[in-house]
Design a protein around this ligand. Structure first.
Ligand SMILES: Nc1ncnc2c1ncn2[C@@H]1O[C@H](COP(=O)(O)OP(=O)(O)OP(=O)(O)O)[C@@H](O)[C@H]1O
Length: 268
């Protein structure tokens, strides 16, 4: 069953008239992970933000985004707000942009959870504390009392994952959640995302440049180039049986990089 159906999505910049994504359609199956890969500027992030209806106002869109049988493009903003967080949750590239810089993390978490659940302060703190400990964030109370700039990129990503654990959304959209992190934090955040899916059985859209991680996380893959989906298929076969020249290029670029990495690490 498809949880999310995107049909003929077109996105354009109304200021310049430039078409960013042209009439693309795809589906997210219940319980599965769909990866979107492609070069920088191919339209992955704007597509994710279109689903959340979080693009800047000058980015216009047409087409249908149907979530559990309901067309999100037709919902009043007030109804869409109720879906964000509780049903559709986004983990962004840079944690700093996800939190209000003027207040401590705990305030943001309390406001988000109070909006969706009728919980009191103590209950919210207890649930967040438990979730933060489960994503290996030590001293959760201390973390909740910190401003976003006082936490590392990896810690902010983990706070977002912990919040998703408490919200238990139907869909998590993770837009390059590891791009801004060092290699060790990248590995840890990917492990946490895998565990999150195992625990909650939620569906996920996962945007990444890292084909190794995509191979590990995803069931299905879309390859985007210049605002178009140029290839799609199952994660286990798409890279070995790539039909499109651009997908083959991505695979060879990745192979070249990992051989270079092995050489400098003295492994071959
Ligand atoms: N706020 C915006 N205003 C105008 N154009 C935008 C805006 N955000 C993105 N775009 C344009 O949309 C196109 C796609 O950008 P997008 O961020 O979706 O690419 P991406 O595939 O996610 O790249 P990356 O991997 O670098 O994040 C780019 O040409 C970009 O200039």
């Amino acid at each position: 069953m498809n949880l999310l159906e995107i049909a003929n999505l077109k996105l354009w910049d109304s200021a310049t008239g430039k078409v960013i994504v042209s009439n693309q359609s795809f589906q997210l199956k219940q319980g599965s992970c769909l990866a979107i890969v492609g070069e920088s500027g191919s339209g992955k992030s704007v597509t994710c933000r279109a689903i959340m209806r979080l693009n800047k106002p000058w980015i216009r869109q047409s087409g249908d985004i149907v979530f559990k049988g309901e067309n999100l493009t037709l919902l009043p903003e007030k109804e869409m707000r109720k879906k964000r967080g509780k049903q559709l949750c986004m983990i962004v590239q840079n944690g700093m942009t996800a939190f209000d810089p003027s207040c401590v993390i705990g305030v943001h978490l309390r406001e988000t959870l109070a909006e969706h659940f009728g919980w009191g302060r103590n209950e919210i703190e207890a649930k967040m504390k438990h979730a933060m400990e489960s994503v290996m964030l030590k001293n959760p109370i201390e973390v909740m009392n910190k401003y976003p700039h006082q936490l590392s990129g990896g810690m902010l990503q983990r706070v977002m994952i912990a919040l998703a654990l408490v919200l238990e959304p139907d869909v998590i959209i993770a837009d390059e959640p590891t791009t801004a992190l060092d290699t060790i934090s990248q590995f840890e955040v990917v492990e946490q995302l895998i565990r999150l899916r195992e625990r909650m059985g939620c569906s996920m859209i996962f945007v990444s440049h890292d084909l190794g991680v995509v191979h590990k996380m995803a069931d299905d893959v879309l390859v985007m180039k210049d605002g178009e989906i140029v290839e799609r298929g199952a994660a286990r076969t798409i890279f070995s049986e790539a039909q499109h020249e651009y997908t083959r290029y991505l695979v060879s670029a990745k192979r070249g990089l990992s051989q270079h990495f092995k050489r400098i690490m003295g492994r071959s």
